[in-house]
Structures are given as C-alpha cells and as structure tokens.
Design a protein around this ligand. Sequence first.
Ligand SMILES: *[C@@H]1O[C@H](CO)[C@@H](O)[C@H](O)[C@H]1NC(C)=O
Length: 379
Amino acid sequence: MLSTFASRALGTERWTYRLLNQNTSSISNQNQTTIAWSRRWKAAFIGGAILVIVLAWIGLAALARALRIKYVSLDRYQDLCVSSYSTYGHGPVFHTPPNRRAVVTTLYSDGYAIGVAVLGHSAKAANISARLLLPYFEHKVSPKALCIARAVGWEPMPIPRIPPPKGEDAVHWRYKDQYTKLSIWKLDEMGVDSAVYLDADTMVRSNFDELFDSPFNFAAIPDVWGGRRGFSVDFNAGVLAFRPSTAVFGERHAKKLEIATYPIVEAEQAFLNLYFGPTALRLPYIYNANLAIKRRNPALWKRITDEMRVVHYTLVKPFVSNLGKPADALLSPEELDEAVTIVEGQYGGLFKEEVGWWKEEYEMMMMVHGHTIEQCYSS
Ligand SMILES: *[C@@H]1O[C@H](CO)[C@@H](O)[C@H](O)[C@H]1NC(C)=O
C-alpha cells in the first residue's frame, strides 16, 4: 500500500511504463512477471527509504530540541539593563521613618478579602512599623470587603487595572490581573520611600522591619515549584522589598513591557525576573516561605520554620472556597470554617500545620476586630 503510493508519488510507475512500452512486442510472459516483481521491489525500497528519512528527520529534530540552550531570564536581561536602579546608595545605613514605609498588597476581588484581612492583622501583630496600603479594583471589590480590610488597618486606594500587554488570552487565567502589581512602583507619589509587597496569600509570622532599610532598591526570594521544576534561580514575585520609583515605573512601562520577550503565560513574575535579572538581591527563604519548599524538601522546611518571617500559601489557600461558590465571592465565617477544614486535608494533609497557623491568626483577628468585621458583613 505504502510502496504503491510512494512509487506513484515519485513518478516511478510512469518510468516503468515507458520501459514496457518500448518492448511490448518482443516481451514474454516470463519477462512480464519479472518486471512486475522488480517494480514492486523498487517501490518497496523507495517507500522504505522515505520512511527512514522521515524517522531520521523526526529523531534529529527531537535531538536538536534536547540539546538546544534553554533560555532563562538572565540570558535576556542585557537588553533591559537597569543597573542604575540596583543600589540605593552606600555608606551609613539610611533609616526610613515608619510613616514613609509601607507594606502593600493588592485586592482584585472579594474572594481574597479575608486573606488580606488576616495578612494585615498578622503584620500588625508582628509590630511591623509601616503603613498598610491596599490598592484595589474599584468596580470589582465590594464595600463589605473594603470595610473588613479597613477594620484591621489597611488603607484602601483604588487603582486602574493594567491589562496583559500581549492580550488577555496569552496569560494564564489566574494571572490576568497580575500586571497591575507593577503599579506599586508609583507609591513614591503617596510618600512611600521603602516598601515590602506581599501577595494576598501570604501571612506574616514575625517582624521583618530590617527589609525597609536595605541598601538595595530591589530584593526578592528565589522561587520554588512543587513539581519537576523544583528550586529555581528566578525569584518569586510574591514578596518584594523595593524602593518605589515612578520614574522606573514609567520607563519600564513605556518602553519595555511591550517589546520584552519572556514566558508570557507567567505574566508579571516572568517580566520582573527579566527586568531586574541579576541585580535583584536574593533574600533567604524565611522571607517568602513558599509551601512548595515543604513538598520538595521537608527537612529544609523544618529547619526554616522557627525563623520564618512570611509564609506563602502557594499550593493550598486556607481562605479559598472549594464549596462551589465563585472564587471571587466573599465567604461568611461559617463558609470559611468549612473551607479551612477541606484545605487541611489537601495534599494528604501535608499542610495541616501551616493551615493551622492561618486559622489561629484568623481567630486572633476575630478576637480583636470581630465586632467591627461582623458589622461589615451586615452593612
Ligand atoms: C509588639 O509590641 C507590643 C507593645 O510594645 C508588645 O507587647 C508585643 O509583645 C510585641 N509583639 C511582638 C511580636 O514583638
């Protein structure tokens, strides 16, 4: 079948036909059979050769893919060099007064409101000496959610959304809003000299005031993935210690966001890795204790537990409903209780202790602010 097809495709049949045509009158039956057989052999041979070529081609392509250099953010960094921003200055340590420091997180929907409230409460409980600033989406966050955030000390401030630069569909659905995080560089306009950004799914375990006096303009913590990727040199964008600069925001935004090449599905985190590349100061895991560390290396997790400043609920989120309610809905205290119980059992109960930390912090928050928060719910 294949060889007949191949011989037709190559026009070999026509060649054979011409040969027969020349000798029609003198050819015997015996010869005709021989010619028919040699035709089949030729076709089979050519078909086989094509098959070998195709397989070799596929094999070589796979080999080339395997040997190809895998580009990481540091390879692409040189195009976007921002070395002038990397250090704040040298000499005696410059102390930023508490009213010019900020802890900042973002609230894009009601679904994270309780998470943000517990985060804010945990920062206060750890005596972080800074303002708590909460940029949020005006048309997506309800007055109830803002009321709860205010109750623990957040200062909400509406901000416009920054859409993904190469279209909504280019980005993983969970990261569609994440480019808006880049606006936090404009906080100098709010009188902030030094800031620590924390993802809404983090919680403060102990004081990290030292970060506000870092002599470097940008610091972050190397990323960890639960699966095959494991420990990475790229940083995780969930905890960032930085000096806001509208100038840096403007330059980066105007010129670089559109033209930069990076794994676009990973959104702002990949872009920030590209942009700050090797100049980012790498901080120890205690500043962004990603649950993925526990999954990859439980012994390391155990070693850093006592020193942890910030825990990052990456693989499980205690406040996210798994009860069929939309992910952007505000959970009632009862629904939250139920959600926490479910989350404790995820990953075979691997994170039961860490979810317990969150639950404890939530209960402390309700002890102090429960009355105000209840009023928010019924407002
Ligand atoms: C925070 O400060 C208060 C009052 O100074 C103190 O009682 C409390 O122990 C401090 N908490 C921590 C975690 O340092």
